[in-house]
Design a protein around this ligand. Structure first.
Ligand code: G1P
Length: 293
């Protein structure tokens, strides 16, 4: 019997240097894809997968993230008084239940592994999800669930630790964590190796780690050591390599599409793809795109 995945960690302390000057005063996670902040899309995905507690690892100058997941009293009151019922109800529907969010700070940018480790006391001794907020996922119409729900499904089947992966062109593998594929089970497979940012031409496959994980709590004891890896940072991938010596890891090929909103092209592509998936703007957007192209 696998345990239920109740808690998710969102590492949102990153500086967003790839997106200056937009991110000078606004956290990169608050930039919008259509009309929702990137981070709201990622939280929506977690809720859809059954997550009940949302743990944000923030940093200095990220206060608006906390405000975004709280009530906005004056705004809600004004909407109510102006009979803007639809807008009011949409705001309330997005609000996590009382007590369902936790915020802690990563005090220095020491790497993704360090950010996840900062959440150890809030997570405690249970398996948990990690969602990288730069990455937004769009369901494949047919399967109708975003990435984390598919990862949870694989966890219920296999147990252990699960990593979502997606194919990238071989010339891009050096920008990501990459996995090596063992036994194949169709949608999922056993992972026989992982490497963070492999030098060009050395990646064990073209399957990149796409930013959705389920990890067993034993990962924290490994992260605790604070060993530095690629780029001089404490890497989550390195800790997973350590844990894979004692526990099983499985990969899930996400049936859908992931967009890296941390890159300019990925951000623009996400806005177009999410716009085309939204009934209220799809038609108009398609017409505008036709004019432009
Ligand atoms: C992180 C992870 C990497 C993963 C990537 C996905 O890297 O360390 O394994 O493939 O996110 O975006 P970063 O983008 O922080 O360099």
């Amino acid at each position: 019997m696998t345990k239920r995945i109740r808690k998710a960690v969102f590492p949102v302390a990153g500086l967003g240097t790839r997106f200056l000057p937009a991110t000078k005063a606004v956290p990169k996670e608050m930039l919008t894809v259509v009309d929702r902040p990137v981070l709201q899309h990622v939280v929506d995905e977690a809720r859809e997968a059954g997550i009940e507690h949302f743990v944000f690892v923030t940093g200095r100058n990220k206060g608006v993230i906390e405000d975004h997941f709280d009530i906005a009293y004056e705004l809600e009151d004004t909407l109510r008084r102006r009979n803007k019922t639809k807008e009011y109800e949409a705001l309330v529907a997005d609000l996590p239940p009382a007590g369902a969010t936790s915020f802690t700070r990563q005090q220095a940018p020491l790497g993704l592994g360090h950010a996840v480790w900062c959440a150890r006391d809030i997570i405690g001794d249970e398996p948990f999800a990690v969602l990288l907020p730069d990455m937004v996922t769009l369901a494949n119409g047919r399967k109708k669930s975003r990435c984390l729900a598919q990862v949870v499904e694989a966890y219920e089947k296999h147990g252990g630790n699960i990593i979502a992966v997606e194919e990238v062109p071989p010339e891009e593998t050096h920008q990501y964590g990459v996995v090596a594929v063992g036994e194949d089970y169709g949608d999922s497979f056993s992972i026989t190796g992982m490497v963070e940012k492999p030098p060009r031409g050395t990646a064990p496959s073209n399957l990149m780690i796409s930013g959705r994980y389920i990890l067993e709590p034993e990962i924290f004891a490994i992260l605790e050591k604070g060993e530095k890896g690629a780029g001089g940072e404490i890497q989550l991938t390195d800790a997973m390599i350590g844990l894979s010596k004692a526990q099983d890891f499985y990969g899930v090929r996400f049936d859908g599409k992931t967009y890296d909103t941390g890159s300019k092209l990925g951000f623009l592509a996400a806005n177009i793809a999410f716009g085309l998936a939204r009934p209220d703007v799809a038609e108009g957007l398609r017409a505008e795109l036709k004019k432009l192209l």
